[in-house]
Design a protein around this ligand. Structure first.
Ligand code: ATP
Length: 300
C-alpha cells in the first residue's frame, strides 16, 4: 500500500490553498508535512481522507481514493479536537469504533490496553469534559488508532502536551510505525519532526518549497552554522560575503553562512586575526531550514 498524491490542487473560490503537490509515502514510513500557518497542511490531509475533493489531481491509498467506504483503513487525529464532552471515554470510543465496524468486545479490550499505556485507566467512565486538555488529546489519539488503521494521519499531535506526555505519544507513534502503520503527521515543533521522520515536504502557500529525505536535505543544504570560540570580538565577520548572521556566545559566536565557501572565508579571516580555540561547521537544524525556506513573506 502506498499513499500517492499527484499534482493536487485545491482552490477555495479564488484562493489557492494547495497549489500542485506531488508526493509518495511508502507503506510503513513516517512522513512529515511541514509549513507555516495556512500553508495548506490540513487541506491536504482532508483531501487524503476524502473529506475534500481536489480541484485538480488525485490522491490514492493502495491505488484508489479513500472514500467513506474505506474509513476503517484510516485513522485521523484532526487539528480541531472534536470529542463529545458529555459522553464518557468508554461511550465515546465505543461509538466511534462502531462507526469503523469494530465489535464491542474488541473495542473494550483495545481501549483498556491503550488507557493503561497512557496511564489514564481511571478515566474510562469519566465524561470527556471532566478531563484535562492533554488527557482529552490522549483519548482522541486513542480514537484514531484503536481500530489499527493502515494509514494514520496526525494533525499537530503534540500541540498542548507536556514533555512527559509528548514522549509517551512519540513512543506510541514509533511503535505503530514498527508494526507497519504508514504515518503522515504535521508539527510546528521541528525537534519532533527531526526525531521522527525520514522524509518530509515543506509547504509554503500551498506549494512545496522543499521535499525529500531529511538527512539528504540537511547535507545538501547550502546554509551552515559555524561555531567559533576565540578570545576576541567576532562582529567584524558580519562584513564577510555570505555571512547571514553573527550571534555572540560565551567566548565566541555562532555564525550562519550561506554556503561552505563562506565558512572557508571565515576560517581564513579569523586565523589571520588571532588564536582560534574552536571552529566547527555544522549542518543547519530543521528549525533553521524552516525559517529560511518556509518563514518570511517573500514570494520565492
Ligand atoms: N473551507 C475553507 N474555505 C476557505 N478557505 C479555506 C478553507 N479551508 C482552508 N482555507 C484556507 O486555505 C489555506 C490553507 O489552510 P490550511 O488549514 O490547510 O493550512 P495549515 O497549513 O493546516 O495551517 P495551520 O498550521 O494554521 O493549521 C488558508 O489560507 C485557509 O484560510
Amino acid at each position: 500500500m502506498t499513499l500517492v498524491i499527484h499534482d493536487v490542487k485545491k482552490e477555495f473560490g479564488r484562493h489557492k490553498a494547495v497549489d500542485g503537490i506531488t508526493l509518495t509515502v511508502e507503506k510503513g514510513s513516517m512522513f512529515g508535512m511541514l509549513g507555516a500557518n495556512g500553508a495548506g497542511k490540513t487541506t491536504t490531509f482532508r483531501m487524503i481522507l476524502g473529506l475534500l475533493d481536489p480541484t485538480e489531481g488525485y490522491v490514492t491509498w493502495g491505488g484508489s481514493p479513500l472514500s467513506y467506504k474505506r474509513t476503517h483503513l484510516v485513522g485521523y487525529l484532526p487539528e480541531e479536537r472534536g470529542l463529545y464532552p458529555k459522553l464518557t471515554v468508554k461511550e465515546q470510543l465505543l461509538y466511534l469504533m462502531r462507526l469503523k465496524g469494530m465489535k464491542k468486545s474488541d473495542v473494550i479490550g483495545a481501549m483498556r490496553e491503550w488507557l493503561e499505556r497512557f496511564r489514564v485507566t481511571e478515566y474510562e467512565n469519566k465524561k470527556v469534559e471532566e478531563l484535562s486538555k492533554g488527557n482529552q488529546q490522549k483519548i482522541q489519539f486513542i480514537a484514531s488508532v484503536l481500530h489499527r488503521p493502515e494509514l494514520l494521519i496526525l494533525d499537530e499531535p503534540f500541540s498542548g502536551l507536556d514533555p512527559v506526555n509528548t514522549d509517551m505519544l512519540k513512543e506510541a507513534i514509533q511503535d505503530l510505525q514498527k508494526m507497519g502503520t504508514t504515518i503522515v503527521f504535521s508539527s510546528h515543533q521541528m525537534r519532533n519532526v527531526e526525531e521522527l521522520c525520514e522524509d518530509l515536504i515543506m509547504l509554503k502557500r500551498g506549494r512545496a518549497v522543499l521535499q525529500g529525505n531529511l538527512r539528504d536535505i540537511k547535507r545538501s543544504y547550502g546554509m551552515k552554522n559555524v561555531i567559533i570560540q576565540a578570545g576576541y570580538n567576532l562582529e567584524f565577520l558580519n562584513s564577510i560575503h555570505g555571512v547571514m548572521n553573527v550571534e555572540k556566545t560565551n567566548g565566541g559566536a555562532i555564525v550562519s553562512v550561506e554556503n561552505e565557501k563562506a565558512a572557508e572565508d571565515l576560517f581564513i579571516a579569523i586565523a589571520e586575526t588571532g588564536y582560534v580555540r574552536k571552529f566547527e561547521v555544522e549542518e543547519p537544524s530543521l528549525h533553521d531550514i524552516f525559517v529560511d525556506k518556509a518563514g518570511g513573506d517573500d514570494n520565492e
